[in-house]
Design a protein around this ligand. Structure first.
Ligand SMILES: C[S@@+](CC[C@H](N)C(=O)[O-])C[C@H]1O[C@@H](n2cnc3c(N)ncnc32)[C@H](O)[C@@H]1O
Ligand code: SF4
Length: 396
């Protein structure tokens, strides 16, 4: 079996080793949204030079140990990367091109907030070729409740500008908001689809620990739609998007075929990705071993560590086979295409049968939550709706 798995690994290698996705975290925002627990911070003044240099230094340290790799995507995420100095974005992309073997069709995404879109043309000149905008809602009252600093008109104008400058543009909306019903969401989503390009991220509102929304929720002042309404909202979302030609390729992501986010696909397909910047996670193969990396979360202490030792890493551990299998399941079952079981075995070092309880797997298939063939394991629509409990049962 081990030999077989070693042979399989070759199927997923290029001349320059396994492909690599690169994530760069920019940890600052103009204001903190009350629902959000991303690693994002508000500062009166951001030291662009310091943070730009620290990102470049940490990238250089990571690249040195990864060796030559085929770089398939770069993602500037946050926080609000549209607050980054375009010269820092250009410098990071220039470094990446020197460190790695850049794929001809390299995807370079930058997340933007409608309040900071003045430099989109400069990001394009720097090498960004895809933009993802946080619009969240097209409803003025909802934007105010979400604590957003822009109007719906400003969000739509930001999108129009992005579409003039970039051929690949996506935007985020949050739904299943307090008081939202099926009729109003369908209307809002249809309006969104009318101005959408080829990709949308549509997230159900989640109450995250230690956010102002959590306090409101605890006090009963913020009531989410019940489970049945949330399911109906999800089904309506899929239906409206499909009608507009955008297919659900992942639980919260919709695209015209071929326009999926290649960077995010690398996470869900459990491929190698390097994470640079405060709080960034990575999964990288070093000397044939898959390792989990994590950087210091708080921006200034992270920068200090980078300045002192060249990187802000707080943990860098090999991932045991059982954990690799659990992670590959957690990520892969989010995808409509499911999990390539040949890849699964090559990546984790164990087969699906060695990774899950056969009885539970059979029950999930029997109940219609999973389809399993020798090649693929896929969560059905029914399984996707209850993905958390499905994963809880399967990936223990
Ligand atoms: C890093 S932000 C995107 C760019 C930019 N920071 C912005 O908000 O305009 C990532 C996305 O995560 C989503 N998000 C954050 N917190 C969420 C929550 N609690 N529930 C659902 N979606 C959330 C939002 O749609 C947000 O656009
Ligand atoms: S949703 Fe975006 S803008 Fe708002 S706090 Fe989170 S990362 Fe910042």
């Amino acid at each position: 079996m081990l030999n077989e798995i070693d042979n399989l690994k070759d199927r997923f290698r290029t001349d320059t080793g396994p492909g690599l996705a690169l994530y760069i975290h920019w940890p600052f925002c103009l204001a903190k949204c009350p629902y959000c627990d991303f690693n994002s911070h508000v500062r009166e003044r951001i030291d662009q030079v310091r943070f730009g240099s620290a990102l470049r230094r940490e990238l250089a340290a990571e690249a040195a140990r990864l060796g030559t790799r085929r770089l398939t995507s770069v993602f500037f995420g946050g926080g609000t990367p549209s607050l980054m100095d375009p010269s820092a974005v250009a410098a990071i992309l220039g470094d990446a091109a020197r460190h790695f073997d850049v794929a001809d069709d390299l995807e370079v995404t930058l997340e933007a907030n409608p309040t900071s879109i003045g430099r989109l043309a400069d990001y394009r000149a720097a090498g960004v070729n895809r933009v993802s905008i946080g619009i969240q809602s097209l409803d003025e009252a909802a934007l105010r409740t979400l604590g957003r600093q822009h109007s719906a008109a400003e969000a739509v104008a930001a999108l129009a500008l992005a579409r003039r400058l970039f051929s690949r543009v996506s935007f985020d909306l949050i739904y299943a908001r307090p008081g939202q019903d099926l009729v109003s969401w369908r209307a809002e989503l249809r309006a969104a689809l009318a101005i959408a390009a080829d990709h949308l991220s549509l997230y159900q509102l989640t109450i995250e620990p230690a956010t102002p929304y959590e306090a409101l929720h605890r006090q009963g002042r913020l009531v989410l739609p019940g489970a049945d309404t949330a399911t109906a909202l999800y089904e309506a979302t899929e239906e409206e998007c499909a009608r507009a030609g955008l297919l659900a390729y992942e639980i919260s992501n919709y695209a015209r075929p071929g326009e999926e986010s290649r960077h995010n696909l690398a996470y869900w397909r459990y491929r190698d990705y390097a994470g640079i910047g405060p709080g960034a996670h990575g999964r990288v193969t070093v000397d044939g071993t898959l390792r989990a990396t994590r950087r210091h979360r708080a921006p200034e202490p992270w920068a200090e560590r980078v300045e002192q030792s060249g990187h802000g890493t707080t943990s860098d551990e090999p991932i045991a086979a059982a954990d690799r299998a659990r992670e590959a399941l957690l990520m892969g079952l989010r995808l409509a295409e499911g999990i390539d079981l040949v890849w699964f075995a090559a990546r984790t070092g164990q087969t699906l049968a060695q990774s899950v309880d056969a009885g539970i797997l059979a029950q999930c298939v029997e109940a219609g939550y999973l389809t399993a063939t020798p090649e693929r394991l896929i969560a059905t629509r029914e399984g996707g709706i209850r993905l958390d409990s499905l994963l809880g049962a399967l990936a223990t």
